[in-house]
Write a protein that binds this ligand. Sequence first.
Ligand SMILES: [Zn+2]
Length: 173
Amino acid sequence: MFKKFYISFTIFISIFCIFFNITNSSNNTYKNNNGKLYFPIENRYFSSYYGYRDLMGKTNFHDGLDIPATNGTKIFSADSGVIINSSFINGYGNCIIILHDNGTKSLYGHLSENYIVKNGMYVNKGEHIGYVGPKILSDGRLNGYTTGSHLHFTYFLSNGKTTDPLLLTYENK
Ligand SMILES: [Zn+2]
């Protein structure tokens, strides 16, 4: 009786451990261990900064950083996290949003229409997540508010407010 119980208990524990290991390794194995982000594109020239700007005679608030780049330039995730948007959003055009492990979010706008990630996917810091898109999409629509191919990069703090991406620290910038 005791032996039987002992065997089933051992089997239960082993299965539990295997299960725990699997679930543990498929989710969030990567942690941002140096506290720095990954700058999402190789280019280091900026065409528009975070803050108020004049756009066609009107003052508006630009919630991110614009980095001009040719159509097809690779975009990388600023930090590890889950993809929560991979579709067109008014203003941002084709757009990816990542919810990071610490509750912050990053947004990448005016991307190419061939998405290489989808919602629910977990990505590591520095992982290739997409490409800079064209100004005009294949269906004739404007790829968001854009005057030419560029990456629009917005960073949301865990309280939901945006911050100047240039105030953050990057391991590759
Ligand atoms: Zn922008």
